[in-house]
Write a protein that binds this ligand. Structure first.
Ligand SMILES: C[S@@+](CC[C@H](N)C(=O)[O-])C[C@H]1O[C@@H](n2cnc3c(N)ncnc32)[C@H](O)[C@@H]1O
Length: 308
């Protein structure tokens, strides 16, 4: 199975961790998937829950998905728009990118957000103190080739189809309100910004925020997974040590590439924090083995009963 990549990208996108997170999430049939820091939405969009609240403090992400939901944007509208803007980019070069950026900062059009996100340096979203998108141009003027536009149009089609099938809401909100709305049958997936990194208008994250987040997760009646980093060769995540003692912490090594050389592979231990005992994927060879596990379900076992 491959991960469905969403139309908007953002820094800290969890494409590589989707299946790890999905495999450990336990969503009850009638529960709502709650994602207070949706960013690109890649995790929830691949989990495909029947009901979801995707939330973020960045209004441009939320406007974009609400525009798909209302039909203001669909795959053919996006295709037509990208063909037009892509041709202008090819003709005028990076000046056109900066014209769109200026236009976006005045009018906040969700299609312009898509263009900037896909043409800017590193495919990130960064906003200055006035809340203006400020990432420089990062590609060749021929960026929007036919195949690339088709790829983006298909990513939009995936969302349009999912929205016709499932009850997904997109809400611009601070994480505190979103988490506080969860009930016992819901599942919260949290992926906050990492403190001290990617600091910008919608992405600042302080020690106080971290403390508030863990405080809310401690008392939520819902199950949750929080993804964060555990350690790298230089340091440990002190907040994780400080706040996670009552939770289950699972780790997994992930390599971040810095430059092309093998020796620049920086290993980072990723962590997920859970308030229940996780399901562990297992292969069962026989009925006899299967009988050993009370909770065997579709290739998974719960190692012990969930804590309450
Ligand atoms: C690390 S990114 C999430 C990445 C996402 N899981 C993905 O795979 O694309 C963190 C997100 O949190 C949002 N954010 C930052 N502070 C927030 C806050 N106080 N409340 C809600 N969202 C916030 C940012 O706008 C950003 O989109």
């Amino acid at each position: 199975m491959t991960v469905k990549v969403p139309p908007l990208k953002c820094q800290g996108i969890k494409t590589k961790l989707v299946f790890w997170i999905k495999d450990h999430a336990i969503l009850e049939k009638d529960g709502t998937w709650i994602e207070p820091f949706m960013g690109s939405g890649v995790v929830g969009f691949n989990v495909r829950p029947n009901r979801a609240i995707f939330s973020d403090v960045n209004p441009h992400i939320i406007n974009f998905y609400n525009a798909i939901k209302s039909g203001e944007i669909d795959s053919s509208i996006a295709r037509e728009y990208l063909e037009k803007e892509g041709a202008l980019l090819q003709r005028k070069g990076e000046d056109h990118y900066y014209e769109v950026r200026e236009r976006f900062n005045k009018k906040n059009s969700p299609l312009d957000m898509l263009f900037l996100n896909r043409a800017c340096f590193n495919g990130v979203m960064r906003f200055n103190r006035k809340g203006e998108f400020n990432v420089p141009f990062g590609h060749k003027p021929e960026r929007f080739a036919k195949a690339y536009i088709t790829k983006i149009a298909n990513q939009i089609k995936y969302i349009t189809q999912a929205l016709s099938q499932y009850d997904w809401k997109f809400v611009c909100s601070d994480f505190k309100t979103t988490i506080a709305s969860a009930s016992p049958s819901d599942f919260i997936y949290c992926d906050p910004p990492y403190a001290g990194r990617h600091v910008d208008y919608f992405n600042s994250w302080s020690e106080e925020n971290e403390q508030e987040l863990y405080g809310l997760l401690k008392v939520t009646p819902a199950k949750f997974i929080l993804s964060t980093w555990h350690s790298n060769q230089y340091r440990k995540n002190e907040a994780l040590e400080k706040y996670s003692s009552q939770f289950t912490v699972l780790t997994r090594e992930h390599f971040y590439h810095v430059g092309a050389s093998e020796k620049n592979r920086n290993p980072m231990l990723e962590a997920i924090v859970l308030n229940y005992n996780p399901m562990i994927p297992v292969k069962m060879d026989s009925e006899k083995q299967l009988a050993l596990f009370e909770n065997f379900k579709e290739g998974y076992v719960v190692l012990s009963s969930p804590r309450k």
